[in-house]
Design a protein around this ligand. Sequence first.
Ligand SMILES: Nc1nc2c(c(=O)[nH]1)N[C@H]1C(S)=C(S)[C@@H](COP(=O)(O)O)O[C@H]1N2
Ligand SMILES: [Mo]
Length: 424
Amino acid sequence: MPTAAPAGHHEESAYDRRRLRQWLAGEARADGVTRRRLLTLLAATAAGTALGATRPAHAADRPIVKTLPPEWFIERGTNAETRWDALRGTGLHTPNERFFVRNHTATPVLQADDWRLRLWGSGLRGAPGEDRAVEFGYDDLRALPAVTRTAFVECAGNGRSYYTSQQGETVTGTAWTLGAIGVARWRGVRLADVLRRAGLSPYAVDVQPRGLDAEYVSGGENLGRVRRPLPLAKALDDVLLAYEMNGERLPHDHGYPVRVLVPSWIGIASIKWVGDIEVSAQPLYSPWNTTFYRLFGPAHPEGGSAPITRQVTKSAFELASGATFVAGQRHVLHGRSWSGAGAVARVDVSTDAGASWRPARLHDRPRAGAWSRWSLNWRPEAPGATHLLARATDTSGRTQPVTAVPNTQGYLFDAVVRHPVSVV
Ligand SMILES: Nc1nc2c(c(=O)[nH]1)N[C@H]1C(S)=C(S)[C@@H](COP(=O)(O)O)O[C@H]1N2
Ligand SMILES: [Mo]
């Protein structure tokens, strides 16, 4: 850490960073200064700060901070999809370096020291008309009882591209294959504990966490910062404010210093870089539970379904698309299945494009909110192209169907995916 700069300079540059971050978070006024100008300043302080030894240079230039080796990731705009063959040999938990990233804009590089979590709104106890707000610092959260749990984060649009490639449907959104999921061991505090400490009113119905990343502009419209309401019942049940991922400090791309973690629910519920949580006595709406994350289309209610919540049942092979196998030799096929509605009860695999099925051997004790690894022996006979299929059934009795019910935004694809391979 350099010592040459006069103390006064240090204080001002620290304050400047904080001020800019507050602006980024919508907590500072910037009348008469263009957004572009402030973003340039922010990029400069992020790259140039003397105190930021752990801060990667050029973080503000790229939507994702961590490196994205092409053997692990497929880059999709501001997002990065994990390759399934890169999960072969990894354990139950996806290494942080290989975990997919879904960013509406870009990863903000924040510091725990000047991070605050503000809880506010009509669902907190206080005198009538009083504007209640309670703040927690990073150390305040770390001082609360910690809990650890294994859970997936999966984008609601995971598998979206199969609506098109398998079913011929036109859908909007990122063309994920099956790699917009990862399982991690999260450590943090219960949102319930924080809400109770903040003074929850008996009238509270919704809580809405909001990210500190930049405002999201879609179709020329500024939708504001990423935020989505959660019903209070879910917030009090199993939701975490997580500060660790697989035993490490939360990586910048995954929400440092603190993210929300909503087990079994669609990824958008798990707000990264959370800066404030509105606690409301009235139901809340945001673009992320109205325009987005409802099911639209002929098979759904006019005006759209209710906001979607739990993930569906899926399976994937730990193989690249088009992987090759030698005829006449014994191979072991590996894969994973998961569901947002319960644990995986059984997995059946077809190595002949769906003509016959065999049960896979399950390797993990079934657990809700995580995937189960499985394997199956295979000795392909004749050379040629074929498809491998895996079909999971969860403990709620749901089996993956042959076709998924389409919706215009391509959410919740749950049909059996046909994985192309060739036998040589
Ligand atoms: N603040 C904020 N939170 C966010 C997002 C975002 O862009 N900004 N993306 C959401 C979506 S759509 C998904 S799928 C998950 C992805 O989490 P990950 O990037 O840690 O894998 O984060 C969610 N939380
Ligand atoms: Mo997502």
